[in-house]
Design a protein around this ligand. Structure first.
Ligand SMILES: [Zn+2]
Ligand SMILES: [Zn+2]
Length: 320
């Protein structure tokens, strides 16, 4: 399912009153990955950190039973086991391809630029990889066929155009992944109302929008809310580019989401199972990463993220 040239995992679909099923590509992915074989770890890379992950797991929070309108209520997803993750041959940062690039599309206000800078800082800590901005791209290069006007007059951009056409053309040779950000609203196909983001496993390209994440960035609370949402969505979509599927085993940033309300309830944290996958992929220093996350949340006054990162860091202090 990674060879069909289409995004295989849709980011986030909203507008609960007009829900649509995911594309056939996502459905086929679920079927192929549905044979659960247990979670006993035999991989030597993980075995070396077994105590660390055991402690992280004790901080995992259980998922509630999904309610109507929530992602898992509408999408019958199954766990991607660690073995399945490894066997999927995910993108891995290598010597020559280890940068996360952010490509801003269109113009951004001063407040929006501030949250974009924070997003870059967060992704570099979350993935322990260097992050660079590409020069801002002019939105005018998006053709009329990849835009539409909603009934409320708002313009939307076709997310798949970014992935299948725009970003493929000039992807830097040292890019592990590329994530575009736009201030305009996004839609993935005509039958969907809108999405926060969309990622392609195969192309290592994603796009996300900040359009629906805030009302007034001059309001400090709103700015913080927008910031927290953007780091959630961008780290989620980047996780998809590194091969992570939606998480269905614990409260986790890789949980699917149908709405901002649902996103706001999700932690900016990977559960133990997802962290194992990312660690196996990126081979960062787990404790260094946790400390940097804790400091990031503290410096940016993001209380909930700080509490969870501190809990993970403090609890793992004797696990090495
Ligand atoms: Zn997703
Ligand atoms: Zn998870």
């Amino acid at each position: 399912m990674q060879k069909n040239g289409f995004p295989v995992c849709l980011g986030r679909n909203l507008d609960n009153n007009n829900m649509r099923q995911p594309s056939k590509y996502l459905v086929s992915t679920i079927l192929l990955f549905s044979s659960y074989t247990g979670c006993r770890e035999t991989d030597p890379v993980i075995a070396e950190q077994a105590n660390f992950f055991k402690v992280i797991e004790t901080n995992d929070l259980q998922l509630d039973t999904p309610r109507e309108g929530e992602w898992r209520f509408d999408h019958d997803e199954h766990e991607q086991t660690f073995e399945q993750y490894k066997n999927s041959n995910p993108v891995r940062p290598s010597g020559k391809q280890r940068l996360i690039y952010i490509e801003p599309f269109g113009s951004f206000s001063a407040g929006e630029q501030k949250v974009l800078a924070g997003m870059a800082e967060y992704l570099s800590i979350f993935y322990q990889l260097p992050v660079r901005f590409l020069p801002p791209a002019n939105e005018n290069i998006i053709p009329i066929t990849a835009r539409r006007i909603r009934s409320d007059g708002g313009e939307q951009l076709l997310a798949t155009y970014f992935i299948d056409t725009l970003l493929k053309i000039n992807k830097p040779t040292d890019a592990a992944v590329v994530i575009a950000v736009t201030a305009k609203d996004l839609y993935p196909k005509p039958s969907w109302n809108f999405i926060f983001g969309l990622a392609s496993y195969r192309e290592r390209i994603a796009v996300c929008s900040i359009k629906r994440l805030y009302k007034d960035l001059n309001n400090t609370d709103d700015l913080n809310k927008c910031f927290s949402r953007l780091i959630n969505i961008s780290s989620h979509e980047t996780g998809h580019m590194f091969g992570l599927h939606h998480c269905v085993t614990a409260s986790c940033v890789m949980n699917g989401s149908n709405s901002l309300t649902e996103t706001d309830l999700q932690p900016n944290r990977l559960c133990a199972r997802c962290l194992k996958k990312l660690y196996w992929n990126c081979r960062f220093n787990n404790r260094t990463r946790l400390k940097a996350l804790q400091d990031f949340f503290y410096n940016h006054r993001l209380a909930r993220g700080y509490i969870t990162a501190k809990k993970d860091y403090d609890k793992t202090s004797t696990s090495r």
